[in-house]
Design a protein around this ligand. Structure first.
Ligand SMILES: Nc1ncnc2c1ncn2[C@@H]1O[C@H](COP(=O)(O)OP(=O)(O)OP(=O)(O)O)[C@@H](O)[C@H]1O
Ligand SMILES: [Mg+2]
Length: 455
């Protein structure tokens, strides 16, 4: 531990000298300042661990210096020295955030106690802050609502897999079923919980950047590579990396990922050296990887490599027992957020929630409740604020069958565009879901959205 640095601010040379003697005896490092100005200048160079400040200085009011010091360093303990009898000064100083005060002539035993107590209080404060931070970061499994049998099974399986040594996990499930949430849970339940947790959405980053994002690059690897950069795979060492929307990975990158998964080594872009890391990869997707790997869009061997520990989260409509517990969970969450006191749903609203098919899954349910809670004043949520009242459960055939377009007046192109718009609307803008409705891949959908300028 470093020796604690004490700044002594007093215009009496003799007093400074005798304080210095004592502090040195107590193994403290001392710097001195004769005036307020000198004291503040000292702060430009170095921040002391504690300040002993005389309230009576020739150039500045003690209270002013104290204010300045405390504004910039709110946690820094300042012990005040006042002339005997100047109670007002002392009270004022304490109000301004001084840690303690002593009257002249100085009782050194009191000074020593005051210094020790100040340091102890400070380290306690730091410890509390550290623990608070830790609690905030630690993941509480009770955040995951699971009442249905299938979800309970998934949770217990997740716990086992999380604590195992497996370095590859595949998370499959429709949009909004809770894949992100489960990935975080896996990290926090694993021995890697103290290591980093990083997540990247493979579809959100242009293909040409994704490789260097994942694996990093060496200086000079390409024109803009002025400095070596570490990729996520490297930064996630000893931790977990979530590769979200894995199905959108390009074929060349799929090959690179496969090589990495098989060897746990990789090369930075433009690098020659193999770098070894210890990470767990969680691949998440809302696509049926088995299916798309049969059609050649996704490498079959990569699918098999990823599929060692698969976890499949069923859509919400297949676990109706979770609907009301989830509802209650989000109502509580939004009660806190919106400072409301909503107790639940009324009967009719409950029935609607249970009958609805939730194509957008938990995310859709959460959003529906958020909206309702913004409008509902108190008591129980009724049907009037639930948007799903009007939204009819949609099935893929229905979507296309229902198209109420006068086809005679439209070109094929127009038809396609209308269909796209309709699917996107029904899927509330969720592209994966719209793609599924239209039975095309996400890439095709993305291409068509661009083509018709529907973004
Ligand atoms: N079982 C659950 N308990 C509590 N909250 C949940 C549960 N499942 C999902 N959620 C919440 O629903 C929202 C959507 O979940 P999440 O983002 O994890 O879904 P996702 O499967 O990753 O969706 P996408 O495929 O769109 O990325 C999040 O706010 C998440 O916290
Ligand atoms: Mg997600």
């Amino acid at each position: 531990m470093h020796r604690k640095k004490i700044l002594v601010v007093d215009d009496e040379k003799l007093l400074r000298w005798s304080i210095r003697q004592k502090l040195s005896e107590w193994d403290l490092e001392v710097t001195e300042a004769e005036t307020g100005d000198e004291a503040l200048q000292h702060f430009q160079l170095d921040t002391p661990d504690l300040v002993i400040l005389d309230m009576n200085l020739p150039d500045m009011k003690g209270s002013e210096i104290l204010k300045t010091i405390k504004t910039d360093n709110p946690e820094l303990p300042v012990i005040i020295i006042t002339a005997y009898g100047s109670i007002d000064d002392a009270v004022n100083a304490m109000r301004l955030g001084a840690y303690n005060f002593l009257t002249k002539p100085i009782d050194y035993l009191k000074l020593q106690n005051a210094i020790n107590n100040a340091f102890e209080a400070l380290s306690l404060k730091k410890e509390v802050a550290r623990l608070k931070e830790k609690v905030k970061k630690s993941f509480d499994l009770s955040q995951i609502v699971a009442k249905s049998e299938s979800m309970l099974n998934i949770l217990s399986m997740t716990k086992t897999i999380a604590r195992s040594e497996t370095s590859i996990i595949l998370l499959q499930g429709d949009s909004g079923t809770g894949k992100d949430l489960l990935a975080q849970a896996i990290h926090h339940l694993s021995r890697r919980s103290l290591g980093p947790y990083l997540a990247i959405n493979c579809s959100a980053i242009p293909e040409n950047l994704l490789e260097s994002e994942l694996f990093g690059y060496e200086k000079g690897a390409f024109t803009d590579a002025k400095q070596r950069k570490q990729g996520l795979v490297e930064i996630a060492h000893k931790g977990t990396l979530l590769l979200d929307e894995i199905s959108t990975l390009s074929l060349p990158l799929q090959a690179k990922l496969l090589r990495f998964l098989e060897t746990q080594t990789f090369k930075r872009v433009g690098g020659l050296k193999d770098i070894e890391v210890d990470i767990r990869v969680i691949a998440a997707t809302n696509q049926d990887l088995d299916l798309i790997s049969q059609s050649g869009e996704f490498r079959r061997d990569l699918f098999f490599r990823l599929n060692v520990c698969p976890i499949f989260i069923p859509p919400l409509r297949e676990r109706v027992d979770d609907v009301l517990p989830l509802t209650q969970h989000f109502i509580q969450e939004y009660n806190i957020k919106f400072r409301k006191d909503i107790r639940g749903l009324n009967r009719k609203a409950e029935k609607i929630m249970l009958d609805y098919t939730w194509p957008g899954n938990v995310l859709e349910l959460k959003n529906a409740l958020e909206r309702a809670m913004i409008f509902e004043e108190g008591g129980r949520i009724g049907t009037e604020y639930l948007p799903i009242w009007k939204a009819r459960p949609s099935t893929e055939t229905k979507t296309t069958g229902e198209t109420s377009i006068d086809s005679a007046s439209l070109s094929l192109k127009d038809m396609e565009k209308q269909l796209l718009i309709k699917a996107l609307q029904e899927a509330h803008g969720n592209k994966s879901q719209a793609a599924r409705m239209l039975k095309v891949t996400r890439d095709t959908l993305r291409y068509k959205i661009k083509k018709y300028d529907l973004e």
